[in-house]
Structure formats: C-alpha cells, structure tokens
Design a protein around this ligand. Structure first.
Ligand SMILES: [Fe+2]
Length: 231
C-alpha cells in the first residue's frame, strides 16, 4: 500500500466517523482483496462475491466533512433536471430509503446552501429512485423518502445504487431524483448521477454538473457527496 493510498483512506475514515466507521472499514478491507483479478488466460474476471462485507451503516444527519464551498462566498446554483414520470408526493420522512430492496449500499450526503454559500437548515429533499433492476415502486414508497437538513445545512440518506432502465430504445444512466425545497427558495427538481456510469456519455438528459463525488474506492458500499445551492 503506498503512502498516497494510505493517506486517502485515512482521510475517508476521518470523514465518515459519523457514519459509524464501518462503511469505510468495510470498503478498505474490501479493497485489499477486491477488484478484478487477472487470470492465467489473461482475462479479467470480477471477484465472486460482490455483496458488501459489512452490514449497512447507520446514517448520521450530519455530514462531517465541510463542504468545499464552505469558505467561498459564491456557490454555483444547482442545475435543474427533468422530473420524469415516476414522482409520488407525500413520501415518508426517513433516512434509509430501502426497507426491502437490496443492492450495493449507498450513502449520499452533502450540504444545502444558498448562492452565497450560506447553509440552509430545514430544507427538504424529496427523493425517489429505481431499484437495482431499474424499476420504480409506483404502488408504495420503497426507495422513496424525504430527508431534512440540520441547522448546518447538512443532509444524509442511505439507499442502494439504482439500476439502469430503458427510456425508449436507450438506457438511462443510474440516477437519483430529488425535489429540494426550502422556505423562501425556489423549488428545485433535479437528478443526481454517478461518475463513470457508461450511459453518462450518451444520455440526452444528463447535466454533468449533477454528477456526485464518490468518496469510496473499488467494491463495497458507496459513499457519495453532493452539495446543492438554491436561489
Ligand atoms: Fe428516473
């Protein structure tokens, strides 16, 4: 393990103590043995067990890492994105969106600010997404929920990595829908995307400014960050 990688993992560990630490420890443990393995034939195969090594972590309402915008006075206003046909109002307040669906664990966290980078407490994120097979729960509220920011504007929620689904003849990249509201601010309807998704380059709807920052490596649960700015 080189020094840079040790440094990166230590930073991630420190950054995620509020998540119970187990997520990062699991991710680091996974990276020791995970990842594609070269075979004698020269072909690369995926490791046999893609399931996370550890239980899903509990989610703290606070995001322990300060936003990179925290010391700035101008924050780029978050871009809107299409709502799509699957929004359902009145989703329950919950930080863990999946109660039955399984898949690659994912924690998304970040800060909601105004255009001058001042945190907005009490903002509401109304979230909905597809399951690992790309299907939405249109009968109930699985993988749907609302979370609120704390006094420092921080939010966090736990879910699973959404799957791709066909839109016409083309798959959409994995994404998470969000309606973000706050007193005195304009309602923002948008989507969050994942770096490296193979459909990011061909999707006609994606806005690259909406791609989250992934803070984990290799396999295991993902930890992603996205900071919003509202007007
Ligand atoms: Fe969608």
């Amino acid at each position: 393990m080189n020094q840079n990688k040790q440094h990166t993992r230590r930073q991630i560990l420190e950054a995620t103590l509020a998540l119970g630490g187990s997520l990062v420890l699991g991710a680091c443990a996974r990276s020791q043995t995970g990842g594609p393995h070269p075979q004698p034939s020269g072909k690369w195969i995926e490791p046999p067990n893609q399931r996370p090594l550890i239980a899903q972590p509990s989610v703290s309402a606070s995001a322990p890492v300060a936003s990179p915008y925290a010391r700035q006075s101008v924050c780029p206003v978050t871009a809107p994105n299409i709502e799509g046909p699957f929004y359902k109002p009145n989703a329950p307040l919950k930080q863990k969106l999946n109660t039955g669906e399984t898949g690659r664990g994912l924690v998304v966290r970040g800060t909601v600010m105004d255009a001058k980078c001042r945190p907005i407490g009490g903002a509401t994120l109304d979230i909905w997404q597809a399951n690992a097979d790309g299907a939405y729960d249109n009968a109930g509220y699985e993988l749907r929920g609302r979370v609120q920011t704390d006094a420092e504007g921080n939010y966090a929620f736990h879910t699973i990595h959404p799957g791709h689904y066909l839109n016409g003849s083309q798959y959409r990249p994995a994404h998470i829908h969000v309606k973000l509201s706050a007193p005195g601010k304009r309602l923002l309807t948008t989507q969050l995307y994942f770096p490296g998704d193979p459909y990011n380059e061909i999707d006609p709807f994606i806005d690259k400014s909406l791609i989250m920052q992934l803070e984990t490596e290799y396999y295991g649960p993902e930890l992603a960050r996205y900071d919003f700015a509202l007007v």
